[in-house]
Ligand binder design. Structure first.
Ligand SMILES: *[C@@H]1O[C@H](CO)[C@@H](O)[C@H](O)[C@H]1NC(C)=O
Ligand SMILES: *[C@@H]1O[C@H](CO)[C@@H](O)[C@H](O)[C@H]1NC(C)=O
Ligand SMILES: *[C@@H]1O[C@H](CO)[C@@H](O)[C@H](O)[C@H]1NC(C)=O
Ligand SMILES: *[C@@H]1O[C@H](CO)[C@@H](O)[C@H](O)[C@H]1NC(C)=O
Ligand SMILES: *[C@@H]1O[C@H](CO)[C@@H](O)[C@H](O)[C@H]1NC(C)=O
Ligand SMILES: *[C@@H]1O[C@H](CO)[C@@H](O)[C@H](O)[C@H]1NC(C)=O
Ligand SMILES: *[C@@H]1O[C@H](CO)[C@@H](O)[C@H](O)[C@H]1NC(C)=O
Ligand SMILES: *[C@@H]1O[C@H](CO)[C@@H](O)[C@H](O)[C@H]1NC(C)=O
Ligand SMILES: *[C@@H]1O[C@H](CO)[C@@H](O)[C@H](O)[C@H]1NC(C)=O
Ligand SMILES: *[C@@H]1O[C@H](CO)[C@@H](O)[C@H](O)[C@H]1NC(C)=O
Ligand SMILES: *[C@@H]1O[C@H](CO)[C@@H](O)[C@H](O)[C@H]1NC(C)=O
Ligand SMILES: *[C@@H]1O[C@H](CO)[C@@H](O)[C@H](O)[C@H]1NC(C)=O
Length: 543
């Protein structure tokens, strides 16, 4: 308390954002800041995308931290960023940078042993547009709990899990997609008699033992003639991906709802014997498809309600692949299935505000309040709608989509992150006046409310003096220290939760040894990367 008063009296402490979020920025949309503007921090070497709320949210329910956004992929030129899993909050501020896990498509929360865990995929991106790798299961302390993959061998070698889907079942097993190369006579479809397919597989495995428990192969149940593609003339390394499994959902009765992008069909699969129970959409739908209920090249099919006679589900209707399209825009779909008369009816569709076709990826997620969050996949936007289709807000996290900035899915969860690594601090002395800025952040933490600045003449907490408390702002908070008034050799921060309980202390950072040289370097780097971001980042508001 004494120190708070002292700090206030002497006007020693201020705060600044180094996070950058744009609002209705026409320059952002026009590409003035580059094809994929990024954020920069002093205390952490992360470069997540900077969002532009093209149409900012107005008066809608606020959620706690926890927007999960899978990676923008590799960006070239001055906007180079590292792809990987990223968590943002609802205001577009970074919460967790998980790019050390590498580029992924799947990135979501699932319940494992009764607690929410992060799932993210790592591995090789194959030329055929699928993956061969493994899945990491991470707890809310960001500790790796398990690594697992599929147990399959194809003619091109071992076939690890693909990046399109991973789920955790109620018995704490994992279900993953995989693509296995096989020979097939493709002459009935205009291909080679000794042709190759990339068979769509999904497999359930025991996470602790790695043992496969159930394996399903599209080629054993779905004739390629039921789908919409045509075989190429590729060999074993250019196989025909006629089915393209891209989502799996678990149902009340233990069976599986899977999505086939190239058959324009959702299949309901019997978990006991693998047989198709019914088909929704495509050339041989078991359901009569009502007006607007049909889809093509779709993604992310999820149950939202199920009983014996009636069900509701969501799916992202891309309606396009590269330059081919079936509709004037992609759509999020909320559908009803009536099992009494086997009909599928459109309850509501969600139209992108600028009527864009997204040629790949995408997601639709029902929110706890009945809203729908849509990730536009190939196009770098996220938007939220009411259940009746009213657009609430749109944010873009890039200008150019595709290989530049894209998120396979955009999903929102409640998330409480409690990192085991300590908070980060970087103290930079200003060469202009005699102040120093202590920049502080804590990757993945969602609990910190206050940053307590500590000064010391030795690099340990035992001799430290409390200088001030500052409210945490966004990912990185800047604390201004008057080094004329406070001549300490070292500064550190302590993270305090809402009950003022200490959560962790950073290392003690020197403010004298060569810091001004680093300061100069840092500013120059930021300046060189994106001028406009730099200007905005310099916004400092004093309390
Ligand atoms: C937008 O960019 C133009 C030219 O690059 C610049 O003159 C203008 O000031 C920018 N507008 C804003 C609001 O930053
Ligand atoms: C998974 O494997 C472990 C260890 O072998 C075993 O104890 C457990 O019962 C298995 N679980 C399932 C669902 O098969
Ligand atoms: C799934 O297959 C099992 C075994 O053949 C059968 O008993 C069950 O009725 C099937 N389930 C559905 C929903 O068709
Ligand atoms: C169409 O679906 C029915 C079951 O709904 C199945 O018996 C039939 O084999 C399918 N036809 C083709 C050509 O796939
Ligand atoms: C849905 O069906 C209509 C009418 O047959 C067709 O014009 C449209 O292209 C279809 N949409 C998709 C996404 O396949
Ligand atoms: C299934 O849900 C529908 C819609 O809520 C309801 O009308 C129907 O009674 C339910 N049927 C069963 C068997 O619970
Ligand atoms: C789509 O693009 C491919 C390659 O760019 C081209 O070969 C094909 O003819 C195009 N199809 C249509 C319908 O324009
Ligand atoms: C959708 O477009 C694809 C590619 O142009 C075409 O093969 C397919 O028949 C179309 N489907 C519908 C339902 O219009
Ligand atoms: C399902 O369809 C039947 C037959 O048209 C109808 O009687 C029933 O009310 C429908 N169920 C729901 C939940 O709409
Ligand atoms: C099935 O029942 C639903 C709900 O009553 C109705 O809207 C739909 O038109 C019916 N479809 C068919 C194919 O009879
Ligand atoms: C709207 O969509 C087009 C692509 O069709 C894109 O180029 C444009 O930037 C989008 N508008 C905004 C504001 O993102
Ligand atoms: C820093 O503290 C000194 C001594 O208390 C005071 O004279 C000076 O005005 C302060 N500087 C700033 C920028 O607050």
């Amino acid at each position: 308390m004494e120190f708070l008063l002292l700090a206030a009296l002497l006007n020693l402490v201020g705060f600044a954002f180094s996070d950058k979020v744009y609002f209705a920025s026409g320059n952002y949309t026009a590409g003035v800041y580059g094809s994929g503007p990024t954020q920069q921090f002093f205390s952490a070497n992360y470069t997540p995308s900077a969002w532009n709320f093209v149409r900012p949210q107005t008066g809608i329910q606020r959620y706690p931290l926890g927007m999960c956004l899978p990676p923008p992929e590799t960006v070239v030129g001055s906007d180079t960023i590292r792809p990987g899993p990223l968590i943002f909050d609802n205001d577009g501020h970074l919460v967790w940078d998980g790019t050390n896990f590498g580029e992924t498509l799947v990135f979501q929360l699932e319940t494992y042993l009764g607690k929410p865990h992060i799932l993210t995929w790592s591995g090789d991106f194959l030329a055929t547009g699928v993956g061969n790798g493994y899945v990491s299961l991470i707890n809310n302390r960001y500790e790796l709990v398990a690594r697992f993959t599929t147990d399959l061998t194809g003619i091109t070698g071992s076939t690890g899990s693909d990046f399109h889907e991973v789920r955790i079942t109620s018995r704490n097993t994992a279900v993953m997609t995989a693509y296995q190369t096989k020979m097939m006579d493709l002459s009935p479809y205009g291909g080679l008699p000794e042709g190759f397919i990339a068979d769509s597989v999904f497999q359930e495995v025991n996470i602790t033992s790695g043992e496969p428990l159930f394996t399903w192969y599209a080629s054993e149940h779905v004739d390629p003639g039921e789908c919409f593609g045509r075989p190429g003339l590729g060999g074993a390394y250019g196989p025909w991906d006629y089915f393209h499994i891209n989502s799996i959902d678990l149902s009340n009765d233990g069976n599986y709802l899977i999505s086939s992008r190239y058959c324009f069909t959702l299949y309901y699969i019997n978990a006991t014997n693998g047989e198709i129970i019914w088909r929704l959409g495509g050339k041989n739908s078991s359901f009569a498809m009502g007006d607007g209920a049909n889809y093509s090249y779709q993604h992310h099919a999820r149950w939202i309600f199920q009983n014996d006679t009636y069900a509701r589900l969501t799916v992202f209707d891309n309606a396009a692949e590269s330059n081919e399209s079936n509709e004037s825009s992609s759509r999020g779909l909320h559908l009803a299935l009536n099992f009494s008369n086997m009909s599928a009816e459109l309850i509501q569709d969600f139209i992108p505000y600028n009527k864009t076709l997204s040629q790949s990826q995408g997601s639709v997620q029902l929110q706890p309040n009945g809203n729908f969050l849509i990730g536009w996949g190939f196009m770098p936007w996220i938007s939220e709608y009411t259940s009746s289709g009213e657009l609430l807000w749109v944010a873009q996290f890039g200008v150019v989509g595709g290989d530049f900035n894209e998120a396979y899915r955009a999903l929102r969860y409640n998330w409480s992150g409690e990192p085991t690594a300590p908070p980060s601090i970087k103290v930079i002395r200003s060469s202009i006046d005699n102040t120093s800025n202590a920049y502080v952040s804590w990757n993945g933490d969602t609990r910190t409310q206050l940053w307590e600045l500590l000064g010391s003449n030795i690099s340990s907490v035992s001799g430290a003096m409390s200088l001030s408390n500052t409210s945490r702002r966004s990912f990185e908070t800047a604390l201004t220290v008057n080094t004329t008034a406070h001549k300490f050799n070292f500064l550190a921060v302590r993270a305090l939760d809402e009950g003022n309980v200490s959560l962790g202390v950073s290392e003690f950072s020197s403010i004298v040894n060569g810091v001004s040289a680093i300061l100069f370097g840092d500013w120059r780097v930021i300046f060189a990367v994106t001028v406009s971001v730099w200007i905005a980042q310099r916004t400092i508001s004093f309390i």
